[in-house]
Each structure stands twice: as C-alpha cells, then as structure tokens.
Write a protein that binds this ligand. Structure first.
Ligand code: PLP
Length: 432
C-alpha cells in the first residue's frame, strides 16, 4: 500500500470510519506529486513558475475572447483555470456556514469542511468508492432513486437490501429500516445506508417524531456493535411544504451522535439553487470524537477519489455559486421559486382530495420535494406510462412496473388538474 494511504489509515485508526472503509477506500490517498509541487511553487517560485499544465500571459491564464464574452462576471482565473481538487476554498467555507445556518442541530457539532464534487451523483458514487465493497449490502427503502442501483449494484457490485418504505398507516417504516440494518449489520459488523429526504420518487419527508425514531433506531443498532455509514442524500433540501415535517437534514442529528455512526452529507446547489446542469455538489462528514486531522484524512481520501476519476470539479460554476451566495436577494429569489413549487404541490393535494383515485392507483404519502408517486395495483405502471405518452402526449415515469412517478415540480399550477384528470382516465380505461 502507498505510504500516504498508510499514513491516512493510521490517522483514522480506531474510528468507525477506518472500520467502514472498503478495500479501495483503504488504499486511497491524495498524491503529493504534481499538485503539491505546484502549490509549493505558487508560494515560492517568484522568478519562473513552470509547474502547472496551464498557459499564462502576463500572470493570467490565457482565455479566448470567444469564451470570455460569455462569462463577463468572471475573471480569467475564475473562468478557465483549474479549481483545486477539493474545490474553491471560499465556496467550501461558505457552504459550511450555510450548513450551520440551515441545520440548527449542527450548532456546536464539529464536522468536516465540505469537499466539492461534480454533483450529488458523484457524491454518492465517491462515497461508494470509499465505503462499499463488492457483495456488501446497502440498506435502502423499496422506493429509491433508481440511479442508486446503477451506482451501487452495477458499478460497485453491492447488493441492495430494501425494506418497505411505508407502514400500512402511511408513515415511514422505521421498524423495517431498523430490522434491515440489524440483519445486514450481523453479516460484517458494519453496514451502509442511504436516507434521502425529501425522497425521490415519493416526495416524502419524515415527521419530527419519525426523525427522532430513525435516529433512535440507528443508535440502537450502533449500540449493538455495528458500525454504520449513514448517507443523507439531501438533493431536495428545503422543499418541505407541511408543518411538523423534518426540515433540517438528518445529518445534523447524526453527525455528533454515536462514535459508531459515521454521518455523510451529500448535498449541493443542483436543486437547492436551481442549477441542475452546473454539476456542483458537496460531501461533508460528521462523527463524534473526530479530531481535525481525522476529518482531514477523510477529506484526503475523497480528494484521492476525485483526483483519480474527474481530477477536479468545474471552476466557473463554483465561482458563480459562491458569488450567488454573496448576492443580496439570493434568499428572496429562492423563496419565490420555492413558493411556486409549493403552489404546484398544493394543487396536486387539492385535486386528490376532490377526486378519489381509481382503484388501481394508490397515491403514496407525500409532503415535500419535486415528486409524488402512485402505487399501481392490477395495472402495469409501464403500460399506463406508455398509454399516457402515446395517446395523450403526457410523460411520467414508471418504476419497476409497480409505481408511477409524477414530477409536479415541472408542471405549471394550472396544468395540474388536466394532467391528473388524464392520468386517472387512462388508468380507468386500462382497468376496463
Ligand atoms: C435523490 C437524488 N440524489 C441525487 C440526485 C442527483 O443530483 P445531481 O444532478 O447533482 O447529480 C438526484 C437527481 O435527480 C436525486 O433525485
């Protein structure tokens, strides 16, 4: 093993992070090669700096006018230079402040400095590189973002251990979650789970009582001697529409909870700031008792993953996002869009309250986010999807033949009623 990896592993010795690392996570390190020599040179090479693989004129990176014309608010460095592997320092620092502001339970809880990754997908995938070995189980609700399958099952060779997401009374199935953690935890004494709220595809966020119960369940499993990596995928953070639902990230309640629980937060501005194509996200860790050097060791391991596959995240989007965070009116602008999404959500709720769904479509609980889903009973979700598309020009998503996901986020409020009227009519027609 590379001595730098050995050094990071030594720093992490005795922590749940060390026990949770996969084989490749254990091997991972951030090389001291070209990048650190360049960093050293940028401090000390006052005469000529011939280290970095970029081209400069008069101290500035070369930039084509054809490029510059489209990025008038950015300096040449911001527009075209490489960003540091872990991300633009000012953005990382600012995002950490944002985390504390948006998640009051994090007050006084030490967490790592967020590492910039190219989107939340990359965040999940990088965590899988560090913590998931072939054959490992990853505990998920049966309703999950389908890309987890591609990342975990197909890329990493992991096994998805699912539990039914909802109880019969329509709440989050905390008992099922706990039972799955216990079963899988017994296999290797450690387990990885992802909790994604507001959830894709259901649009569900736990109630405050359910959030407490989830944390208690995790603590009980940890107390039984299982190390747990809990990934909070907070893609839809902040889009809760009902009182009494958990508005902060579960990460905030887990980061300082139990030395056997390593909390990892995957989040970013993709959906929070309506910049889907910017490809920017963050990875943050929290675990009680972790010292600064141990967080730094984890960050170095993430940097090794970043360096070995995407090298670094896009620079212009990081600088734009940092400037946006500093721009007066940023919060108000976000609030306006959030209100629009909430209005669409309320229209769906209102329609469903006034129109009983056909017997073959059961609306699943939803209270947040972008989506709601129907459980299909007696009709195939795929057949219904195709019928809506081919006969009505309406696009929705079928998941595993069983569920139909509707992204109300992308439909104007006045179109909600006609959309759902057509969905119900098509389902009735299929029932015959
Ligand atoms: C639950 C969940 N996580 C992650 C992502 C991906 O985010 P990004 O576009 O930043 O990779 C999505 C996007 O659809 C999502 O629904």
């Amino acid at each position: 093993m590379n001595p730098l990896a050995e050094e990071l592993n030594r720093t992490l010795t005795g922590t749940c992070a060390a026990r949770l690392l996969s084989a490749s996570g254990t091997r991972m390190y951030f090389p001291k090669g070209i990048l650190s020599q360049s960093a050293e040179a940028s401090e000390k090479a006052k005469v000529f700096n011939a280290t970095i693989g970029m081209s400069y004129v008069k101290g500035q990176p070369m930039i084509l006018d054809a490029i510059r014309a489209h990025l008038p608010g950015l300096s040449p460095v911001e527009a075209v230079a490489y960003a540091p592997t872990a991300g633009v320092p000012a953005l990382r620092k600012r995002w950490k402040e944002e985390l504390l502001r948006k998640n009051p339970s994090l007050k006084g809880v030490p967490v790592s400095l967020p590492v910039v990754v190219p989107g939340l997908t990359a965040g999940v995938s990088f965590l899988a590189d560090l913590f998931v070995d072939p054959g490992d189980a990853v505990v998920l609700p049966d309703l999950f973002w389908p890309n987890y399958r591609l990342i975990l099952e197909e890329r990493k060779g992991a096994r998805l251990a699912t539990y039914p997401m909802f109880t019969r009374s329509g709440g989050f199935n905390v008992e099922g979650f706990k039972a799955a953690l216990e079963t899988e935890g017994r296999v290797r004494g450690k387990v990885v789970t992802i909790l994604n709220f507001p959830n894709n595809p259901t649009g569900y966020s736990p109630t405050l009582a359910e959030a407490e119960a989830l944390v208690a369940a995790l603590e009980q499993v940890a107390a039984g001697g299982t190390d747990i990596l809990v990934v909070s995928d907070d893609a839809y953070f902040g889009l809760q529409y009902e009182e009494g639902t958990l508005r902060e990230s579960l990460f905030a309640r887990l980061a300082g909870r139990n030395p056997r629980i390593l909390a990892a937060k995957v989040d970013g501005q993709t959906k929070e700031d309506y910049v889907w194509g910017f490809r920017s996200g963050f990875l943050t860790f929290g675990c009680p008792g972790f010292q600064e050097d141990q967080y730094e060791a984890l960050v170095k391991k993430v940097m090794g993953v970043v360096r070995s596959c995407v090298s670094n995240s896009a620079a212009p989007t990081q600088y734009i996002l940092h400037k946006a965070l500093e721009t007066p009116g940023y919060e108000e602008q976000k609030a306006r869009y959030r209100k629009i999404l909430e209005e669409r959500y309320r229209k769906v709720k209102d329609f469903l309250a006034r129109h009983p769904a056909p017997a073959c479509l059961r609306p699943l609980p939803f209270n947040s986010g972008y989506f709601m889903s129907f459980e299909c009973d007696g009709v195939s979700a795929e057949t219904l999807r195709k019928k809506l598309l081919d006969e009505k020009g309406i696009g929705v998503i079928a998941l595993q033949e069983k569920w139909l996901r509707v992204a109300f986020s992308s439909v104007e409020a006045e179109d909600v009623e006609p959309l759902y009227t057509e969905i119900f009519a098509a389902a009735r027609a299929l029932m015959g």
